[in-house]
Design a protein around this ligand. Structure first.
Ligand code: NDP
Length: 325
Protein backbone atom coordinates (compact mmCIF):
# COMPACT_ATOMS: atom_id res chain seq x y z
CA UNK A 1 0.00 0.00 0.00
CA UNK A 2 1.38 3.42 -0.93
CA UNK A 3 1.75 5.74 2.09
CA UNK A 4 0.33 9.27 1.91
CA UNK A 5 2.86 12.09 1.68
CA UNK A 6 2.57 14.46 4.64
CA UNK A 7 2.50 18.18 3.75
CA UNK A 8 4.22 20.53 6.19
CA UNK A 9 5.38 24.13 6.26
CA UNK A 10 8.71 23.77 8.00
CA UNK A 11 10.97 20.76 8.51
CA UNK A 12 13.93 20.91 10.90
CA UNK A 13 16.49 18.13 10.46
CA UNK A 14 18.62 17.51 13.56
CA UNK A 15 18.27 18.25 17.27
CA UNK A 16 21.40 20.01 18.55
CA UNK A 17 21.49 23.62 19.79
CA UNK A 18 21.01 24.89 16.21
CA UNK A 19 17.95 22.73 15.48
CA UNK A 20 16.26 23.40 18.82
CA UNK A 21 16.82 27.15 18.54
CA UNK A 22 15.35 27.09 15.03
CA UNK A 23 12.42 25.10 16.48
CA UNK A 24 11.77 27.61 19.27
CA UNK A 25 11.76 30.54 16.82
CA UNK A 26 9.74 28.89 14.05
CA UNK A 27 7.19 27.50 16.52
CA UNK A 28 6.70 30.91 18.13
CA UNK A 29 6.28 32.38 14.63
CA UNK A 30 3.40 29.98 13.94
CA UNK A 31 5.27 27.95 11.31
CA UNK A 32 4.25 24.63 12.92
CA UNK A 33 7.73 23.11 12.66
CA UNK A 34 8.27 19.36 12.54
CA UNK A 35 11.67 18.30 13.85
CA UNK A 36 13.31 14.94 13.16
CA UNK A 37 15.87 14.37 15.91
CA UNK A 38 18.24 12.01 14.08
CA UNK A 39 19.63 8.89 15.74
CA UNK A 40 21.35 10.83 18.52
CA UNK A 41 18.72 13.20 19.95
CA UNK A 42 20.36 16.27 21.45
CA UNK A 43 23.48 15.88 19.31
CA UNK A 44 27.11 16.19 20.39
CA UNK A 45 26.39 18.01 23.63
CA UNK A 46 24.74 14.91 25.07
CA UNK A 47 28.25 13.42 25.07
CA UNK A 48 29.99 16.23 26.84
CA UNK A 49 30.45 16.98 30.55
CA UNK A 50 30.36 20.44 31.93
CA UNK A 51 29.51 23.36 29.64
CA UNK A 52 30.91 26.48 31.25
CA UNK A 53 30.78 28.92 28.35
CA UNK A 54 27.12 28.97 27.32
CA UNK A 55 25.75 32.35 28.44
CA UNK A 56 22.97 32.22 31.00
CA UNK A 57 24.41 29.41 33.12
CA UNK A 58 26.71 31.16 35.60
CA UNK A 59 27.50 27.94 37.44
CA UNK A 60 27.85 25.85 34.25
CA UNK A 61 25.56 23.01 33.23
CA UNK A 62 26.01 19.47 31.93
CA UNK A 63 25.55 18.99 28.17
CA UNK A 64 22.67 16.48 28.56
CA UNK A 65 20.80 18.78 30.98
CA UNK A 66 21.23 21.74 28.65
CA UNK A 67 19.85 19.75 25.72
CA UNK A 68 16.94 18.61 27.86
CA UNK A 69 16.16 22.27 28.55
CA UNK A 70 16.35 23.09 24.82
CA UNK A 71 13.96 20.20 24.16
CA UNK A 72 11.43 21.37 26.76
CA UNK A 73 11.54 24.93 25.43
CA UNK A 74 10.93 23.78 21.85
CA UNK A 75 8.00 21.59 23.01
CA UNK A 76 6.51 24.43 25.02
CA UNK A 77 5.84 26.41 21.84
CA UNK A 78 4.39 23.44 20.01
CA UNK A 79 7.26 21.95 17.97
CA UNK A 80 6.31 18.51 16.69
CA UNK A 81 9.45 16.59 17.76
CA UNK A 82 9.80 13.13 16.26
CA UNK A 83 12.46 10.45 16.64
CA UNK A 84 13.75 9.34 13.23
CA UNK A 85 16.30 10.21 10.61
CA UNK A 86 16.10 11.65 7.14
CA UNK A 87 17.30 8.93 4.78
CA UNK A 88 16.90 10.74 1.43
CA UNK A 89 16.05 14.13 -0.04
CA UNK A 90 14.68 15.14 -3.42
CA UNK A 91 15.16 18.84 -4.04
CA UNK A 92 14.26 18.65 -7.74
CA UNK A 93 10.63 19.65 -7.28
CA UNK A 94 8.81 21.95 -4.87
CA UNK A 95 7.66 21.53 -2.12
CA UNK A 96 10.82 19.57 -1.35
CA UNK A 97 10.43 15.86 -0.74
CA UNK A 98 12.17 14.19 2.16
CA UNK A 99 12.13 10.50 3.12
CA UNK A 100 12.15 9.51 6.77
CA UNK A 101 13.67 6.15 7.83
CA UNK A 102 13.48 4.90 4.19
CA UNK A 103 9.66 4.88 4.43
CA UNK A 104 7.67 7.94 5.21
CA UNK A 105 7.52 10.83 2.72
CA UNK A 106 7.18 14.45 3.68
CA UNK A 107 6.72 17.50 1.46
CA UNK A 108 8.15 20.58 3.14
CA UNK A 109 7.78 24.19 2.04
CA UNK A 110 10.96 25.15 3.83
CA UNK A 111 13.76 23.06 5.33
CA UNK A 112 16.26 23.91 8.05
CA UNK A 113 19.28 21.60 8.09
CA UNK A 114 20.94 21.29 11.49
CA UNK A 115 22.49 17.85 11.26
CA UNK A 116 25.71 18.81 13.07
CA UNK A 117 28.96 16.90 12.96
CA UNK A 118 30.32 13.55 14.23
CA UNK A 119 33.54 12.37 15.84
CA UNK A 120 36.40 11.35 13.54
CA UNK A 121 38.36 8.10 13.88
CA UNK A 122 42.00 7.30 13.18
CA UNK A 123 41.06 4.80 10.49
CA UNK A 124 43.07 1.85 11.83
CA UNK A 125 41.70 -1.65 11.29
CA UNK A 126 42.51 -2.54 14.92
CA UNK A 127 40.70 0.60 16.09
CA UNK A 128 37.51 -0.58 14.38
CA UNK A 129 38.00 -4.17 15.64
CA UNK A 130 38.19 -3.07 19.28
CA UNK A 131 35.57 -0.32 19.04
CA UNK A 132 33.34 -0.89 22.05
CA UNK A 133 35.89 -3.29 23.56
CA UNK A 134 38.33 -0.68 24.84
CA UNK A 135 38.27 1.82 21.97
CA UNK A 136 35.89 4.73 22.49
CA UNK A 137 35.07 8.10 20.96
CA UNK A 138 33.44 9.46 24.10
CA UNK A 139 35.12 9.74 27.51
CA UNK A 140 31.93 10.82 29.20
CA UNK A 141 30.03 7.80 27.90
CA UNK A 142 32.71 5.17 28.54
CA UNK A 143 35.23 6.55 31.05
CA UNK A 144 33.39 4.87 33.90
CA UNK A 145 34.34 1.42 32.54
CA UNK A 146 38.06 2.19 33.01
CA UNK A 147 37.96 3.21 36.67
CA UNK A 148 41.40 2.84 38.27
CA UNK A 149 43.03 1.65 35.02
CA UNK A 150 45.53 3.19 32.57
CA UNK A 151 44.20 4.60 29.29
CA UNK A 152 45.51 6.49 26.27
CA UNK A 153 43.83 9.38 24.53
CA UNK A 154 44.66 10.69 21.05
CA UNK A 155 44.21 14.34 20.13
CA UNK A 156 45.40 17.81 21.09
CA UNK A 157 42.38 20.07 20.64
CA UNK A 158 39.85 21.32 23.19
CA UNK A 159 37.86 18.10 23.02
CA UNK A 160 40.95 16.02 23.77
CA UNK A 161 41.98 18.33 26.61
CA UNK A 162 38.49 18.23 28.09
CA UNK A 163 38.25 14.45 27.78
CA UNK A 164 41.73 13.88 29.25
CA UNK A 165 40.82 16.03 32.26
CA UNK A 166 37.53 14.19 32.68
CA UNK A 167 39.22 10.79 32.48
CA UNK A 168 41.96 11.81 34.92
CA UNK A 169 39.33 11.90 37.68
CA UNK A 170 38.30 8.31 37.03
CA UNK A 171 41.31 6.39 35.83
CA UNK A 172 44.79 5.76 37.25
CA UNK A 173 46.71 7.39 34.39
CA UNK A 174 46.02 9.05 31.02
CA UNK A 175 48.66 9.00 28.29
CA UNK A 176 47.76 11.90 26.02
CA UNK A 177 49.22 11.38 22.56
CA UNK A 178 49.85 14.56 20.58
CA UNK A 179 51.01 14.12 17.02
CA UNK A 180 52.86 17.44 16.74
CA UNK A 181 55.11 19.20 19.25
CA UNK A 182 52.27 21.47 20.35
CA UNK A 183 48.61 21.48 21.31
CA UNK A 184 45.77 22.93 19.30
CA UNK A 185 43.62 23.43 22.41
CA UNK A 186 43.01 26.83 24.01
CA UNK A 187 45.38 28.11 26.70
CA UNK A 188 43.17 27.49 29.77
CA UNK A 189 42.48 23.93 28.61
CA UNK A 190 46.19 23.25 28.05
CA UNK A 191 47.01 24.58 31.50
CA UNK A 192 44.38 22.34 33.04
CA UNK A 193 45.93 19.31 31.32
CA UNK A 194 49.50 20.22 32.25
CA UNK A 195 48.50 20.81 35.87
CA UNK A 196 46.88 17.39 36.21
CA UNK A 197 49.48 15.03 37.72
CA UNK A 198 48.08 11.79 36.27
CA UNK A 199 48.00 13.02 32.65
CA UNK A 200 51.27 12.35 30.81
CA UNK A 201 51.48 14.24 27.54
CA UNK A 202 53.60 12.53 24.88
CA UNK A 203 54.37 14.83 21.94
CA UNK A 204 55.33 13.92 18.34
CA UNK A 205 53.54 10.63 18.73
CA UNK A 206 51.25 8.76 16.35
CA UNK A 207 49.18 5.66 17.03
CA UNK A 208 50.18 2.77 14.77
CA UNK A 209 48.00 0.01 16.15
CA UNK A 210 45.60 -0.92 18.91
CA UNK A 211 46.87 -4.05 20.64
CA UNK A 212 44.51 -6.60 22.14
CA UNK A 213 44.02 -10.18 23.26
CA UNK A 214 41.20 -10.83 20.79
CA UNK A 215 38.58 -9.67 23.28
CA UNK A 216 39.76 -6.43 24.82
CA UNK A 217 42.38 -3.73 24.34
CA UNK A 218 45.68 -4.45 26.11
CA UNK A 219 47.82 -1.61 24.75
CA UNK A 220 48.77 0.61 21.84
CA UNK A 221 51.75 0.70 19.53
CA UNK A 222 53.03 4.23 18.96
CA UNK A 223 55.61 5.88 16.74
CA UNK A 224 57.68 8.90 17.64
CA UNK A 225 57.65 10.78 14.32
CA UNK A 226 60.81 12.73 15.24
CA UNK A 227 63.05 9.84 16.33
CA UNK A 228 61.32 6.97 14.46
CA UNK A 229 61.17 5.02 17.71
CA UNK A 230 58.25 2.63 18.22
CA UNK A 231 56.85 1.97 21.67
CA UNK A 232 54.16 -0.26 23.16
CA UNK A 233 52.15 1.37 25.95
CA UNK A 234 50.10 -1.02 28.08
CA UNK A 235 46.59 0.44 28.49
CA UNK A 236 43.11 -1.04 28.69
CA UNK A 237 41.40 1.77 26.83
CA UNK A 238 41.99 4.10 23.90
CA UNK A 239 39.95 7.28 23.57
CA UNK A 240 39.97 9.00 20.19
CA UNK A 241 39.32 12.76 20.32
CA UNK A 242 40.62 14.10 17.01
CA UNK A 243 37.81 16.30 15.80
CA UNK A 244 34.63 15.97 13.82
CA UNK A 245 33.16 15.79 10.34
CA UNK A 246 29.86 17.31 9.21
CA UNK A 247 26.84 14.98 8.95
CA UNK A 248 25.88 16.07 5.47
CA UNK A 249 26.21 12.86 3.40
CA UNK A 250 22.52 12.73 2.42
CA UNK A 251 22.75 16.20 0.85
CA UNK A 252 25.71 15.33 -1.41
CA UNK A 253 24.79 16.21 -4.99
CA UNK A 254 21.80 18.30 -3.84
CA UNK A 255 23.56 21.18 -2.11
CA UNK A 256 26.87 22.96 -2.55
CA UNK A 257 29.56 21.90 -0.05
CA UNK A 258 33.24 22.53 0.60
CA UNK A 259 35.81 19.75 0.17
CA UNK A 260 35.24 18.45 3.73
CA UNK A 261 31.45 18.32 3.34
CA UNK A 262 30.44 21.51 5.16
CA UNK A 263 27.34 22.94 3.44
CA UNK A 264 27.99 26.33 1.84
CA UNK A 265 25.75 29.18 2.93
CA UNK A 266 25.57 32.77 1.70
CA UNK A 267 27.89 34.79 4.00
CA UNK A 268 25.91 36.58 6.69
CA UNK A 269 22.86 34.34 6.25
CA UNK A 270 21.89 30.68 6.45
CA UNK A 271 20.64 30.48 2.86
CA UNK A 272 22.00 27.60 0.79
CA UNK A 273 22.10 27.71 -2.99
CA UNK A 274 18.52 26.33 -2.98
CA UNK A 275 15.65 28.69 -2.25
CA UNK A 276 13.83 27.71 0.93
CA UNK A 277 16.60 25.42 2.21
CA UNK A 278 18.62 26.82 5.09
CA UNK A 279 21.54 25.40 7.02
CA UNK A 280 22.76 26.22 10.52
CA UNK A 281 25.08 24.89 13.24
CA UNK A 282 28.12 22.67 12.76
CA UNK A 283 26.88 21.29 9.41
CA UNK A 284 27.91 24.63 7.84
CA UNK A 285 30.52 25.86 10.30
CA UNK A 286 34.09 24.56 10.10
CA UNK A 287 35.36 27.56 12.03
CA UNK A 288 33.59 28.31 15.33
CA UNK A 289 31.72 25.06 16.15
CA UNK A 290 30.42 26.24 19.51
CA UNK A 291 27.05 25.51 21.05
CA UNK A 292 26.34 29.20 21.29
CA UNK A 293 27.27 29.93 17.66
CA UNK A 294 25.19 26.93 16.58
CA UNK A 295 22.22 28.30 18.55
CA UNK A 296 22.81 31.74 16.99
CA UNK A 297 22.74 30.38 13.45
CA UNK A 298 19.65 28.31 14.37
CA UNK A 299 17.89 31.58 15.17
CA UNK A 300 19.12 33.06 11.87
CA UNK A 301 17.82 30.03 9.93
CA UNK A 302 14.39 30.36 11.55
CA UNK A 303 14.17 34.05 10.63
CA UNK A 304 15.44 33.35 7.10
CA UNK A 305 12.87 30.56 6.67
CA UNK A 306 10.07 32.75 8.02
CA UNK A 307 10.97 35.55 5.59
CA UNK A 308 11.18 33.07 2.73
CA UNK A 309 7.65 31.79 3.44
CA UNK A 310 6.30 35.32 3.88
CA UNK A 311 7.78 36.58 0.60
CA UNK A 312 6.57 33.48 -1.24
CA UNK A 313 3.06 33.91 0.20
CA UNK A 314 2.94 37.59 -0.69
CA UNK A 315 4.02 36.90 -4.28
CA UNK A 316 1.22 34.29 -4.51
CA UNK A 317 -1.28 36.87 -3.21
CA UNK A 318 -0.05 39.38 -5.85
CA UNK A 319 -0.37 36.69 -8.50
CA UNK A 320 -3.93 35.81 -7.38
CA UNK A 321 -4.85 39.51 -7.29
CA UNK A 322 -3.53 39.98 -10.84
CA UNK A 323 -5.72 37.08 -12.08
CA UNK A 324 -8.88 38.37 -10.38
CA UNK A 325 -8.34 42.01 -11.42
P1 NDP B 1 40.04 20.17 16.60
O1 NDP B 1 39.90 20.05 15.14
O2 NDP B 1 40.17 21.52 17.23
O3 NDP B 1 41.31 19.33 17.08
C1 NDP B 1 41.56 18.04 16.61
C2 NDP B 1 42.88 17.57 17.18
O4 NDP B 1 43.08 16.21 16.81
C3 NDP B 1 44.06 18.37 16.66
O5 NDP B 1 44.96 18.63 17.69
C4 NDP B 1 44.67 17.42 15.61
O6 NDP B 1 46.06 17.51 15.51
C5 NDP B 1 44.35 16.08 16.20
N1 NDP B 1 44.29 15.04 15.17
C6 NDP B 1 43.55 15.05 14.03
N2 NDP B 1 43.75 13.91 13.34
C7 NDP B 1 44.64 13.17 14.05
C8 NDP B 1 45.24 11.92 13.87
N3 NDP B 1 44.97 11.16 12.80
N4 NDP B 1 46.13 11.48 14.80
C9 NDP B 1 46.40 12.24 15.89
N5 NDP B 1 45.86 13.44 16.13
C10 NDP B 1 44.98 13.91 15.23
O7 NDP B 1 38.78 19.36 17.21
P2 NDP B 1 38.13 19.43 18.64
O8 NDP B 1 37.06 18.40 18.59
O9 NDP B 1 39.12 19.32 19.71
O10 NDP B 1 37.45 20.86 18.74
C11 NDP B 1 36.51 21.28 17.75
C12 NDP B 1 35.98 22.70 18.09
O11 NDP B 1 35.16 22.63 19.26
C13 NDP B 1 37.10 23.66 18.38
O12 NDP B 1 36.77 24.91 17.84
C14 NDP B 1 37.13 23.71 19.89
O13 NDP B 1 37.62 24.94 20.38
C15 NDP B 1 35.65 23.52 20.25
N6 NDP B 1 35.49 22.90 21.59
C16 NDP B 1 35.27 23.71 22.65
C17 NDP B 1 35.11 23.18 23.91
C18 NDP B 1 34.85 24.11 25.04
O14 NDP B 1 35.00 25.30 24.88
N7 NDP B 1 34.43 23.63 26.21
C19 NDP B 1 35.20 21.73 24.17
C20 NDP B 1 35.47 20.96 22.98
C21 NDP B 1 35.61 21.53 21.74
P3 NDP B 1 46.79 18.80 14.86
O15 NDP B 1 46.72 19.86 15.91
O16 NDP B 1 48.17 18.28 14.62
O17 NDP B 1 46.03 19.11 13.61
Amino acid sequence: MQSITEQIKCLIIGSGPAGYTAAIYTARAGMEPVMYTGMNPGGQLTQTTEVENFPGYPEGITGPKMMDDFHKQALRFGTDIRFGHVSAVDFNSYPYEVTIDDEKKINAETIIISTGASAKWLGLESEARYNGFGVSGCAVCDGFFFKGQDVALVGAGDTAAEEATYLSKLVNKVYMLVRRDEFRASKPMIERVLNTPNIEVIFNTETLEVLGDGLNVTGIKTLNNKTGQEMDIPVSGLFVAIGHQPNTGIFKGSLEMDETGYIKTVPGSTATALEGVFCCGDAQDPRYRQAVTAAGTGCMAALDAERFLASRDSSLIHLAAAFTA
